[in-house]
Design a protein around this ligand. Sequence first.
Ligand SMILES: [Zn+2]
Length: 478
Amino acid sequence: MTRVDWQQEAEKRKDELLAAVREFLQIKSVLDPTTARDGAPFGEGIRQALDYVLTVCKEAGMTVKDVGGYAAHAELGEGEELIGILSHVDVVPEGDGWSSPPYAAEIVDGKIVARGAIDDKGPTMAAIFAAKIVKELGLPLSKRVRLIFGTDEESNWRCVRTYFQTEEMPTMGFSPDADFPLIYAEKGLTDLMLTQTAAAYAAQQITPVDRPDARLLTLSAGLRMNMVPDKAEAVLEPLSMTGQELAERFGAYVREMGLSGAADVRGGQVHVQMEGVSVHAMNPSLGVNAGTELLHFLAGLTLDERGQQFARFADRYFHRQHDGKAIGIACDDKEMGPLTLNTGIIRYEADGDAVFGVNIRYPHSQPFERWKAILEQRLAEAAFSLAVVEHLEPHRVDPQHPLITTLQRVYTEQTGQEAEIIAIGGATYGRSLDVGVAFGPLFPGRPDSAHQRDEHILVDDLIKATAIYAQAIYELAK
Ligand SMILES: [Zn+2]
């Protein structure tokens, strides 16, 4: 067989591809529960976007199936095995401040600017055109190829969860919803609630504290486990120290530590506020946790029994403990990197619950059950119990797997660049496939505009991605 010039095949279809991508991007496919109905569980916009891709696929001669509007697929090829390409047609809300209208999909300076251009409607259309190229060239395939279109990636992944309840899991596949060259390993992700109820506290044998400086009444920091809290506040009742003394001591602490915060005395109580720097929980050490910085101050005071136990427990195990070392769960993995711990939510009520909401991301060499047992043991020391709010196992495909070696070879052939494979701390859509990796569409060195104003994809990159996906489909399914 003569060698296919995939880049040229993609370029031949450039006008057609751009017209389809733009029309697709002009459909505002944001989650809209107000227009949800049977067959459109996430609203009319997403339903229309799904119909649009199915029409393009049908016209290209693929067989299509709609799974209740939760997801749909288009298929080509024949054979026992199934190759999956998973993308999504939903987008996040556009927000403000765009320099061209977010659903006009104008081409400005060689870029298509629109909500969804890079995440994930541009790459979805690139994958469809890649499949079209393979089909139009009449290349023989020994496997089936399924383009799977999700509809709820930006919210709760209810799309893939529902879809795979009834539909076949591909033998292997990729998702064009992250970065090139290829993401093959993703850490395990957990959200844990650590709670000490008033009753659990009272059941302990706690030595009374002699002449405490103050009583901790409430403390609150953070709203989400996957972010470092940038604000914390606590209310203290002065006991052997005066309100003024407590406020001054806090002021001195803030200055000494180079932090920012304020304290004031109101109605016989001291209100303290701490400010930090919020970053994503993937790299908590890059931020400043307002909550644990405040608790570090409180741990230096003599507080009432419960307040003191809470502050000192937090100080010992969570203050600047982004790797879980003090609590005994640290682990550095050569391949996936270290375990990370973020204390994203902190709540304390003197007569109610004391709570830490933590987000822990862990490499596959440190199994969940192993570190969870250590954590539970430490928590029991202060009568905290652990509840798993969310848990995604680590996801990894063996670097020697033909899926990876094939995609690496294709990437190198199409770009002339080495295809380094990447392990990350986040979760990509690729993990929805049992044997799945993330493969593009963002090329190395390109700024990531996903979820931001003026989201865009370079037209040249879109064409390049189409060529890469076309060869990938062919090589995986031939
Ligand atoms: Zn996405």
